[in-house]
Design a protein around this ligand. Structure first.
Ligand SMILES: [Zn+2]
Ligand SMILES: [Zn+2]
Length: 368
């Protein structure tokens, strides 16, 4: 992990998140990206590693403070600053009019609060969903419903602007930022530990923990256009994960897996098929009925057709995804079926035919 990644974004928590919030979010993300749940998914594995590393730092108060102060954390960074002046490097400008026991927690709170930067909206992730489509539906289009788990925008988004937090007067100090404390017979005026002297406290949205989105499993109506084939990616803009802190949602890609057909083979926007014809039909020419996806159509086989010749039926192919209303072609490859002759009369006719057509069909290979 890059030491300068935003650990709060990785854990999907606000900078002011409590330890409990961080733990909760970590557990939720860990369940989602755990390698056991996503076998073979390298992306999930990497994500799980980053989540665990971010949690290791943010769940530890000293490490978290160091990270907040410096924007990165390396192992051992906080140990060098141990001792009675644990946070000595941050003491400048700090109000000491308070009891020593609470100093470190107040320094922690003050710096933490001051360091909390505006939460930057981030775009949600794109999602992929695989769907099986029958051959007929791939040509006609399909309206269906899928069940997906994704992040959706929390109800707090919009209703509170883009803050996800309400600022309200601190209940402990009544907005003054200071509280009175007694130490024996001495009277101290101390910085309020509730609001760190700001006089205001933030209340986080309970639903989403202040990140502006929540995970939901829900049904989604989708329409697959006519003309998809296996591995087509149909894009549904804005139907991916909702963004963080009111950022735009990602897209959803539905990947189609089209069932094979016993007669038609899909090649680009065309259909290929093999048409058996008789030796006589090939020699004499014929009109032959051929199945198309619109029903039966006639193909004219010209006299003298050779095995493997391909005839094109224009506009009988698959609907075009790129040019709506247009269609590919159906390519008909003929396969000449040679008759198995058993009776004497047929053999006689074929011998007679050979004598009448005695041209050398192998004259081109004679020179080789
Ligand atoms: Zn206060
Ligand atoms: Zn919310």
């Amino acid at each position: 992990m890059d030491g300068r990644d935003d650990l709060y974004l990785i854990l999907e928590v606000a900078r002011v998140a409590t330890v409990a919030d961080i733990k909760k979010s970590f557990r939720r993300l860990a369940r989602r990206f755990h390698p056991d749940v996503n076998p073979g998914d390298r992306g999930a594995e990497e994500r799980f590693k980053r989540i665990s590393e971010a949690y290791e730092i943010l769940s530890h108060p000293d490490k978290r403070l160091f990270y907040d102060e410096n924007g990165f954390y390396t192992e051992g960074a906080t140990e060098r600053k141990s001792g009675s002046t644990a946070w000595g490097f941050t003491f400048q400008g700090f109000n000491f009019s308070t009891s020593p026991e609470s100093q470190s927690s107040q320094v922690f709170g003050q710096y933490f609060s001051r360091r909390s930067t505006p939460r930057t909206p981030a775009r949600g992730a794109d999602l992929e969903y695989q769907i099986s489509v029958s051959f007929a539906d791939s040509n006609c289009g399909l309206k269906t419903q899928i069940n997906i788990r994704r992040y959706v925008a929390c109800t707090c988004v919009g209703s509170m602007g883009s803050a996800f937090h309400l600022e309200s007067r601190c209940p402990k100090c009544g907005g003054t930022g200071k509280t009175d404390q007694m130490k024996g017979r001495l009277h101290f005026s101390a910085i309020c530990t509730e609001c760190n002297g700001n006089g205001e406290v933030r209340s986080r949205c309970d639903e989403c923990g202040g990140v502006g989105r929540v995970s939901r499993t829900e049904n989604l109506d989708i329409e697959i256009p006519a003309g998809v084939s296996t591995a087509s990616r149909v894009r549904f803009p804005g139907e991916g994960d909702a963004g963080l802190y009111g950022g735009p949602a990602g897209d959803l890609y539905v990947i189609t897996n089209v069932a094979q057909h016993p007669f038609f083979r899909r090649v680009g926007e065309h259909f290929q098929c093999t048409l058996p014809i008789s030796f006589s039909e090939a020699a004499l020419g014929a009109k032959v009925d051929v199945p198309t996806i619109d029903g039966s159509a006639v193909v004219r086989i010209p006299p003298g057709t050779q095995n493997g010749q391909i005839f094109r039926m224009r506009g009988k192919g698959a609907p075009s995804l790129l040019q709506p209303g247009m269609r590919g072609d159906q390519l008909v490859e003929v396969r000449i079926v040679v008759p198995r002759i058993a009776d004497e009369r047929s053999k006689e006719i074929l011998r007679e035919l050979s004598r009448l057509n005695s041209g050398d069909i192998r004259k081109d290979i004679a020179k080789v």
